[in-house]
Design a protein around this ligand. Structure first.
Ligand code: SF4
Length: 242
């Protein structure tokens, strides 16, 4: 969408969507996201389920770009779960220092490495229950690994972007990742769970930015009635807003 052609339009306060979970509205949101972000993939560089598990643990409270700077040296130094399981903890900490919370993260990735070696035959497991047994792995990381590597849709990845945008789009009123995930799993078809997360994460990074969303450039704009909007084309006229 061309921002310049929209600049002259008035900035009016949007209202609330009367039926935010109406199937036709959900379908329209999914359709717009798929068209805007075709073939979108995980932004964390990885070559295996193990590397994706480690990268996702490191991405907590850190940008994917920063993680991608750290992981090449990390995986060159410790190329296998066994090598990382046997690593010196201070050396491991030093390699991941710039991702923040490096002491806890070093313990987590070494603990996960040891669990993978000792209990799962050097392979990252493929079920939610087993993944949750790895230190440092909660549902978000497990969903990332299952969805992006194994292509198994067990749940929806809810990171900070998915949580924030799901609330802006009135797909949930909840505030915890666990509850937001449950809400999304009820309204999003299972065959869209994996792509939906990737699309929403990209949208949150590029367009629906936390403090200053670029609503005039947003492909979901006609479907969105968020109070956070910085521009609106449809104060009272959206066909999907009663
Ligand atoms: S219209 Fe604005 S607030 Fe709504 S999803 Fe798009 S960028 Fe976000």
């Amino acid at each position: 969408m061309n921002t310049q052609t929209l600049k002259a339009s008035p900035k009016k306060k949007p209202g609330k969507t009367k039926k935010p979970l109406a199937p036709e509205r959900i379908a329209a949101i999914l359709d717009a996201l798929a068209k805007t972000y075709p073939n979108v993939v995980c932004a964390l560089n990885h070559r295996s389920a193990w590397e994706l598990t480690v990268a996702t643990i490191l991405s907590a409270q850190c940008t994917d770009a920063r993680v991608n700077l750290v992981t090449p040296t990390l995986f060159k130094t410790y190329p296998t779960p066994k090598a990382m399981a046997e690593a010196s903890l201070p050396e491991l900490e030093e390699l991941i220092r710039t991702t923040g919370f490096f002491r806890n993260k070093a313990k987590s990735i070494q603990g996960a490495a040891r669990a993978v070696v000792e209990h799962f035959g050097n392979q990252v497991p493929q079920t939610m229950d087993e993944l949750l047994q790895l230190p440092g792995v909660a549902r978000k990381t497990a969903n990332v690994v299952l969805g992006s590597w194994y292509e198994i849709a067990v749940g929806v990845v809810v990171d900070t972007h998915v949580l924030r945008l799901s609330r802006r789009l009135e797909l949930t009123k909840n505030t915890t990742p666990e509850k937001v995930e449950q809400d999304l799993m009820k309204i999003i078809p299972q065959d869209r769970w994996i792509a939906f997360s990737h699309e929403l994460i990209h949208h949150g990074r590029q367009v629906c930015i936390a403090r200053n969303p670029r609503c005039a450039d947003c492909s979901l704009e006609t479907l969105c009635n968020s109070a956070d909007k910085t521009w609106t084309s449809h104060p009272r006229s959206s066909p999907l807003k009663a």
